[in-house]
Design a protein around this ligand. Structure first.
Ligand SMILES: *[C@@H]1O[C@H](CO)[C@@H](O)[C@H](O)[C@H]1NC(C)=O
Ligand SMILES: *[C@@H]1O[C@H](CO)[C@@H](O)[C@H](O)[C@H]1NC(C)=O
Ligand SMILES: *[C@@H]1O[C@H](CO)[C@@H](O)[C@H](O)[C@H]1NC(C)=O
Length: 576
């Protein structure tokens, strides 16, 4: 765990967080039981109950990321409750050749950065003090979704239950700065290592009361959100509508407004919003405060107490799949091309779904399909169903993630128009909403770690001698390719040994939701078809994908068996 005292606001600046992370520190929560009716939406009907005693329902899950892997695990969790007869038979499909979706790791210093150098047994090295790890064994770094927090109850429970080590998420020691393209508008000592700048005079001096106002807004949001894990909430039944979910968690107002308007209405100064909050939204969701909704900004600001799983968050999702007992089909052969609805022959029986892969291998006929990937990115044809018309087109932000291996210990002052010899930050967050005419050339820059000499030696003489500069791994986010000439200027001529770039459709564009019933995709677009990623339009993080998966699983269990879980998985009395 990182520092015990995590206060908010600035925590977020700490980490070049990546896609889909979450947040929501748990404070003491007092809440009245929700009153909103979780009415079924008009979209897909529940269908008749499952009556066959010959066999259990067969379920296909498309997508093996946070949503799909946890859905499989939750189905197994309920299937194991012997007295209830909730067993299902599950097959998972994912066109990628790994589990984790947008949560995966990279070894940018290796010749093949995307392949686990299993022969090096970095896992073993991790069990000891990382500082003592063998010279040439280095844990991978996160390529996608980087952090979650203490109170992300599903991920935290999973991490504990699966015996995975927690790492404080932060980079090398050093200073942080917010850059507006012309100057550092805010600077603070002790970037990644210091999470509670909240108390620092500089913040209060520059932003005054606004800092407190924002903190209390974030705390209030977190408090109303974490009630979703309570039995009172869960026993009201699953949601077929994200609009209703958003109202029940009191996120609807913030979701309906552009973040800059949301904070302005709350009395927060433009200075705070345009500098600090906008830097947070830029690193979290690749958008300034003027181009995403208030929930996206609140989530970006709630990144306190951020942690990750040592060796990769994706291990949680691997455990979910492994322990689910589901059949797993990965890779190009498992790319689903078509999902065809077979209408039910009568009112007593349910519709069925034929899943076809592009390769023609490994498809099948199922009683339900759980789609756990952004529908429009999958290229799947959903045939003989109104579902395609009911799922609004959702644009995603294209993010460029670049890893730089460099022997420069900080970026060059001259790149930022500063004099040689200026003490430079090694964490820089871009903000695009100040009055500057020139804008930042990247969203974020973070020195993740120093490479041991034996690895540095691969990149040049400097790497393996104690009196020359060591090599570092730097992670940058941007909306375009960072070309070699720009990186030379940024790190100094001849100091960039290697770069690895990966582009993601990292997170949804979070435009304000003013017409919830039209703008959110239905959770159940058709009988027996469930859509986990409908949640992403409201909030897109690893944790909330598991929350969405739990909701889908309870909706499915209600549809098939008339069963409502008595508690969330996070608060389930017996482990497992
Ligand atoms: C939620 O459910 C109710 C029915 O109880 C419905 O009328 C309403 O339109 C739904 N949507 C939202 C956004 O609340
Ligand atoms: C240091 O680097 C040089 C040349 O790159 C190499 O010959 C030498 O073996 C390295 N030494 C160590 C201890 O890695
Ligand atoms: C980085 O390494 C290169 C190649 O060995 C060398 O020319 C350069 O001076 C080094 N830079 C620093 C800051 O040590």
């Amino acid at each position: 765990m990182l520092l015990a005292s995590k206060t908010l606001v600035l925590a977020l600046l700490v980490s070049p967080i990546a896609t889909a992370q979450l947040l929501f520190p748990a404070n003491q929560i007092h809440f009245a039981p929700p009153t909103a009716a979780h009415a079924a939406s008009l979209d897909g009907t529940a269908g008749p109950r499952w009556t066959s005693s010959e066999r259990v329902p067969r379920i296909a899950i498309i997508g093996a990321g946070a949503g799909g892997s946890s859905a499989a695990y939750f189905l197994k969790h309920f299937g194991d409750l012997a007295e209830h007869g909730l067993e299902t038979d599950v097959t998972i499909y994912d066109a990628a050749d790994y589990i984790g979706g947008r949560s995966t790791v990279i070894w940018p210093w290796n010749t093949d950065p995307f392949t686990d150098p299993k022969n090096r047994k970095w896992h073993d090295a991790l069990s000891g003090d990382p500082g003592e790890a063998a010279d040439d064994v280095v844990a991978p770094v996160e390529l996608g979704a980087s952090i979650f927090v203490d109170a992300n109850k599903n991920l935290q429970k999973a991490r504990r239950l699966f015996g995975l080590e927690e790492d404080a998420y932060g980079g090398e020691d050093g200073n942080m700065a917010i850059w507006d393209g012309e100057q550092f508008v805010f600077e603070e000592k002790g970037g990644g290592a210091v999470w509670d700048w909240w108390h620092k005079a500089k913040l209060l001096w520059r932003y005054g009361r606004s800092a407190f106002t924002v903190r209390s807004l974030v705390q209030k949001t977190v408090a109303s959100f974490v009630r979703i894990y309570s039995a009172d909430f869960v026993t009201q039944g699953a949601f077929a509508s994200i609009g209703n979910f958003s109202a029940a968690t009191e996120l609807d107002n913030a979701a309906s407004l552009v973040a800059s308007d949301f904070f302005s209405q709350a009395g927060v100064s433009d200075l705070f919003t345009n500098e600090l909050t906008s830097a947070a939204t830029q690193v979290n969701y690749g958008a300034p405060v003027t181009r995403l909704h208030g929930v996206g900004a609140l989530v970006s600001l709630a990144a306190t107490g951020a942690v990750s799983v040592r060796g990769g968050n994706c291990q949680i999702f691997e455990h979910f799949v492994g322990r689910s007992g589901a059949r797993l089909r990965l890779g190009e052969n498992a790319r689903v091309e078509e999902v065809l609805k077979l209408d039910s022959p009568g009112t007593e029986s349910r519709a069925r779904w034929v899943v076809k892969t592009a390769s023609g291998v490994g498809g099948g006929t199922y009683d339900a399909v759980i789609l756990a990937a952004p529908y429009h990115q999958t290229g799947i044809h959903i045939v003989n169903s109104l579902a395609p018309a009911l799922i609004p087109k959702q644009p995603y932000v294209r993010l460029f993630v670049t890893f730089i291996i460099t022997n420069a210990s900080t970026p060059e002052p001259s790149y930022f128009g500063l004099k040689d010899g200026t003490t430079m930050p090694n964490e820089i967050f871009g903000t695009f909403t100040t009055i500057s005419t020139r804008k930042p050339t990247f969203n974020s820059l973070n020195y993740l770690k120093e490479l041991p000499p034996a690895i540095g030696a691969r990149f040049g003489a400097a790497g393996n001698s104690s009196d020359t500069a060591p090599y570092h791994v730097v992670k940058m986010f941007s909306d375009r390719t960072l070309d070699a000439a720009m990186l030379d200027e940024l790190f100094g001529q001849g100091n960039v040994a290697k770069t690895v770039e990966k582009t993601w459709l990292a997170y949804p564009k979070l435009a304000p939701v003013t017409k919830p019933d039209e703008q959110y995709a239905p959770v159940r677009p058709d009988e027996g078809l469930y859509y986990v990623n409908a949640m992403e339009r409201l909030v897109s993080t690893m944790e909330t994908e598991t929350v969405a998966a739990f909701n889908v699983v309870s909706l499915l269990l209600d549809d098939f068996f008339g069963y409502t879980p008595p508690a969330s998985w996070a608060e389930w009395p017996d482990e497992g």
